[in-house]
Design a protein around this ligand. Sequence first.
Ligand SMILES: [Zn+2]
Length: 90
Amino acid sequence: MVIKRRQGAVYCWCLTCEVEVIMLTPDEAASLTSASTRELYRMVDAGEVHFIETPAGLIRVCLPSLLKTVDRPNCNQQLYLRAKVDDEKS
Ligand SMILES: [Zn+2]
């Protein structure tokens, strides 16, 4: 498994999406969705978001699946994500 890491973001193959996605740490995912880290872990446990477990036993959350859990994503979040993705690809 190839993991490219830059500025905290990790690109990784999501088995559920069947595409390479940005994987966020639980803290990043929580701050992005205004959820608590505990709530984030609950969603992971419930299978509401895709995730991988790193060899070190850390959880990484699939960004596309996380966005689907946001009922009404506001413009700032969308812009933030787009800017982040563009930055990571440059
Ligand atoms: Zn996914």
